[in-house]
Every structure is written in C-alpha cells, then in structure tokens.
Design a binder for this molecule. Structure first.
Ligand code: HEM
Ligand SMILES: [Cu+2]
Length: 559
C-alpha cells in the first residue's frame, strides 16, 4: 500500500518530463497524438452531419448548428488533424532518415508544438462564445462582424494565427535541419524520399502561411477595430486572393509528406528501389513552384476576367503533369516487383487508386464550364475528400502501420489491421463515391437538409451508413494501436527489411538516435551494408540494365 503513492509520483514525474521534452521523437509522437485526438473529434462531427443528412427533411441539426458543425469539422480536420499528423511524421522521421541526432533547434521545436496545441484549445473554447460558422475559408463579408456577430469567429482567427505560427516555426526548423545536419556522405539528392518531400514541403509552408496570417490580422482589424479591409467599402474579393494564395499551396502542404510516406512504403513492400528517383524528387520541386500559380482556380465562379480565368485553367492543367509523373513512377516501382501485401502496402495501393480518382476530378474543375456547373455541389465535397481522406489519410495510415514498430518496438496485430483496412476502404468509398452522383444531380454543399428528389434520399442513406462502417474500422485501428503496445510481437530493428537509416538504429531509437551510423554512399545504405559484393553505388544507373528492376536476391518468391 505504501508503494502506490510513490509509483503515482514517479508516473507523474514521467509524464511531466515527457511534456517538457525537446527530443524530436517525443515531439513527433506528441504531434501524432494531438492529430489523432482531433481526428476523432472531427470524425464525430462528421458523423453527426451525416446523421442529419441521412434522410430528406431530417431535424437533428438546425441550419445554424449545421453551419457551425461543418466549419469546426473542416477547420479541425485541416489544421488540427492532418497538419499535426504530417508534422508529427516529419519531426519523428526526418532527423532519423538523414542520420541526425535531433532537430537543429530543439526548443523552438517544442514551442512550435505547444503553440499549435494552444491554437486547438482556442478553437474549441469558441464554443463558450458561440462557435464560428462561416466555413473553413471564411469568405468576407460573411466573416465580418455584422454577419458573424459572436466572438467565435475571433477565436477561430486567433486559433489559426497560433497554428500557422507553429507550422511556420516547425518548417523553418526542418529546413535548417535538412541543410545542416545530414550524415556525412548524404547529398541532398540522396535523401530518402520522405525527407526530401518534407523538406520541399517546409519551403512551401514558409511562403504560404504568411498570406493567411496577414489576412487573419486584417480580418481582425475589421472586426475589432472597425477597419475597411474586406467590408465596409473594402474588397470582399481581396480576402479570397489572400486566402487562396495560402489555400491552394495548403492543399499541397497536406499531400507532399503523404507522397513521401507512400514513396517509402511502396519500394520496401515491392522489394525494389523507387523507380525514377530523380523524377519523383524533381516533379516535387515543380509542384512547389506551380502550387502558388494555380490558386485562383478556386475563384472561377466569382467573375474574374477571361484571360485570368484561362491562365489559371492552363496552370491547373499543367500541375497535373508532375503529379501524374509521380503516380506513374509508383506504378512502375510495383511493376515486376515481389509484392508483399502487408497492411501498410494495402493502404498504399488503396491510396494510389483513390488519390488518382481525386486528382482526375480535380483536373475536371480546370475545364471552366464544368467548374461553373459543379462548383459548390457535392461533386466538390467528393473530390476533396478523395484527395484529403482517400489520399492523405490513407497515406498516414500506411505510414503509421509501417513505422509503428520503429516507434514502439512492437508490431501491430495483423488480422486486426487487415480487418480495419477493409472496413475503412469499403466505408470510405461508400461515403464519397455516391457524392459524385449527388453533385452532378445538383445537390448543393453546405446545406443542412434537402428536398425529397428522386435518388437523393437513397444515395445519402448509402453515404451515411458507410460513414459508420468507416468509423468502425477507425475504432479498430485505435484498438490495435493501444493493444499492440503491450501485446504486439517484438519487432526488432528492421522488421520490413528496409534500406534507409531510420532502420539502422534500435526500435524505439535511443536518445541521440544512433550509437553508430553506417557509411552513406548511396540512397540505400542498408542495402550496401547487407550486400558488400553488389552495392548500389557501384552500379551507375545509366549502364545498369537491371536498375529499377528487382534483384534476384531480393525476390520473395523466386520465379
Ligand atoms: C471521417 C470521415 C469524414 C466524413 C464522413 C466527412 C463528412 C463531411 C461532411 C458531411 C461535410 C459537410 C459537407 C457540406 O455540407 O458541404 C464535410 C466537409 C468538409 N470536410 Fe469532411 N468528412 C470526413 C473526413 C474529412 C477529412 C479527413 C478531411 C480533411 C483532411 C475533411 C475535410 C473537410 C472539409 C475541408 C470540409 C469543408 C468544410 C467547409 O465547407 O467549410 N473531412 N465533411
Ligand atoms: Cu486549388
């Protein structure tokens, strides 16, 4: 009996030291935990909306509460779920992958996390004052005082400024870490693909976030000080320019690290080096630049001049090329590989199909008459959920199953993992595939109810039931994460036989990350270590006829 207060005290001290930590791995895990918590909250909000939409004329929510729900759901998912989870992976993985002991500025790193967490708290404190309800892109003049009187919108703006500041600081930290702390021998062009994407992503963040922060400060000048930026004689359209100059790059901010995870997973489970490293990496640079040049494709319906519309339509079609290059390279990596259908690979394959569908509907918006027809309908809701959820979230799940053994030292349960995968995949496609049809039939987005037109009720019902199927799958993932922490099989350093540096250290890695770094002479240092007779760096790619193809010794099932 006397031991238990001491044990409680030790536990508390353990928790306190965790919270005070500046270790990039701890901060990465804190980011992942924060993101998961808010994903749960955002998911519950989505389920409530889906219940309201299950049948025409439902009255679970009123129009006003529905507005608050989609505003909180969108803001939560983007800024508090997906961004923190991606930054969590960047924080955890980038130093390990490049062979660094920690981030360049560990205390700044902790500050970035805590200010983001504070932003999340602020967003939900708005509930005390009347929640924000102007949507995640808060168009003026709807977001101005006369139309959004409650303080909720001010809380929302302050929350976003906090989170934007947190991401910017983290991005600066990632950039400096990449440029200054790579292992001896590792050129920029040799970094593992995830680190490369996280690096380029950080550059986009540094250029995009200030536009949002500036616009939010201007909005507060209007709301709190009676300014004239976006209303009262100011320009409502100006808000849209600021917002989408941030907002479109933000879309890429939310997909680049996801591409990075996929680019790590596919080669390992196909037992081949990634096909066309230079093209995958180079096309990412093209996207970083182009992502700022397409932003007004969100504004085709506001009546910009014809040449402006055409220029943005053209740039939008252009950006599909580097994106398509990546998809082709992933498929080429699979080609004649020795594929292992482990859970991370299943998520990666579903990602490929779903992200491609989301991309194709995205390009369809670049055709002006199509955009004018479907803008603000469920076709748009279907499109961005295919990209954000079918793309980014599936990549996150793939990465989570791939890296959980590294983070905890244990493997996730396999049967549970696969069952969850099928529930989530079937559920997800059930929710959102039918919304393409609903949109084409004319169902507007952001409506809390709808008339009983032919087919509308049935398709919405499919969507709502599927949302619960997906929810059940996500609960299984959560159960798996918790249970496997104690009961999972011990993983060892490199359970998937991967080739990059994070797998050269123990699972979980010690403070300081590495006791000894293997020499880095190629993009796959652990391959070189295991095959001194046939190392990557002695195979000049141009003369290597088997380059990009599987090497016999890697074959899982010899042909
Ligand atoms: C868990 C599964 C999800 C379901 C069932 C779901 C459902 C919904 C629903 C019903 C809406 C409102 C549509 C409208 O009335 O216009 C919505 C909007 C939205 N969702 Fe989701 N969603 C899910 C996951 C996600 C994820 C993972 C993200 C982002 C990463 C996301 C981002 C958004 C955004 C940005 C909006 C627009 C909010 C606005 O109009 O201001 N959702 N979602
Ligand atoms: Cu865009």
């Amino acid at each position: 009996m006397t031991a238990s207060p001491t044990r409680t005290r030790t536990r508390l001290r353990g928790a306190a030291s965790l919270l005070a930590s500046t270790d990039h791995k701890v901060i990465g895990l804190l980011y992942l935990a924060l993101g998961s918590l808010y994903f749960l909250i955002g998911g519950l909000e989505a389920l409530v909306m889906r219940v309201q939409l299950a049948a025409p004329g439902n009255a679970v929510l009123t129009g006003e509460t529905y507005n608050a729900f989609f505003t909180l759901h969108g803001t939560t998912m983007i800024f508090l779920a997906v961004m923190p989870m991606l930054l969590g992976f960047s924080n955890y993985l980038l130093p390990l992958q490049i062979g660094a002991r920690d981030m360049a500025f560990p205390r700044l790193n902790a500050f970035g996390f805590w200010i983001t967490a504070l932003g999340g708290l602020l967003l939900y404190l708005s509930l005390l004052e009347g929640p924000p309800s102007a949507g995640w892109f808060a168009y003026a003049p709807l977001s101005e005082r006369p139309f959004s009187m409650s303080l909720g919108t001010d809380f929302w703006a302050a929350a976003l400024i906090f989170m934007g500041t947190g991401s910017t600081l983290t991005a600066i930290n990632l950039i400096v870490t990449t440029l200054r702390y790579r292992a001896p021998g590792m050129g920029l062009w040799m970094m593992p693909m995830f680190s490369w994407m996280a690096f380029v992503n950080s550059v986009i963040i540094v250029f995009a976030m200030p536009a949002l922060n500036a616009a939010l400060v201007m909005l507060e000048v209007d709301r709190a000080l009676g300014g004239h930026n976006f209303a009262h004689g100011g320009s409502a359209l100006l808000w849209q320019h600021y917002f989408w100059f941030f907002g479109h790059p933000e879309v890429y901010i939310m997909i680049l690290p996801a591409w990075g995870l996929i680019s790590e997973v596919i080669p390992v489970y196909a037992r081949k080096p990634i096909f066309g490293y230079e093209f995958v990496a180079g096309s990412t640079l093209a996207i970083a630049v182009l992502s700022f040049a397409v932003y007004a494709h969100h504004m085709f319906a506001v009546g910009l001049s014809r040449p402006v519309n055409l220029a943005f339509a053209a740039s939008t079609m252009l950006i599909a090329i580097p994106t398509g290059i990546k998809v082709l390279n992933w498929v080429a990596t699979l080609w004649r590989g020795s594929i292992r259908f482990e859970t991370p690979m299943l998520y990666a394959l579903a990602f490929l199909v779903q992200f491609t569908l989301g991309g194709v509907t995205g390009v369809s918006f670049a055709v002006l008459p199509i955009d004018w027809q479907v803008t603000d309908t469920y076709y748009v809701v279907a499109h961005f959920h295919y990209v954000l959820m079918g793309g980014t979230l599936f990549a996150l799940l793939s990465g989570l199953h791939h890296y959980y053994p590294k983070m905890t030292g244990r493997l996730l349960g396999d049967t549970l993992g696969k069952a969850a995968f099928w529930l989530i995949t079937l559920g997800f496609n059930g929710v959102f595939l039918v919304q393409h049809a609903l949109g084409l039939m004319g169902m507007p987005r952001r409506v809390y109810t709808y008339p009983d037109l032919p087919g509308w009720g049935a398709l919405n019902r499919v969507s709502t039931v599927s949302a619960f199927v997906m929810g059940a799958g996500l609960v299984l993932v959560l159960v798996n994460l918790v249970v496997s922490r104690q009961l999972g099989r011990v993983a060892g350093d490199n359970p998937w036989r991967a080739w990059t540096l994070e797998w050269a250290t123990s699972s979980p890695p010690p403070a300081g990350n590495f006791t000894r770094l293997p020499p880095v002479k190629s993009r796959r240092p652990l391959w070189d270590l295991a095959h001194p007779e046939d190392p990557d760096h002695r195979r000049p790619a141009r003369h290597d006829r088997t380059h990009g193809h599987i090497r016999p010794e890697e074959q899982e099932h010899p042909r």
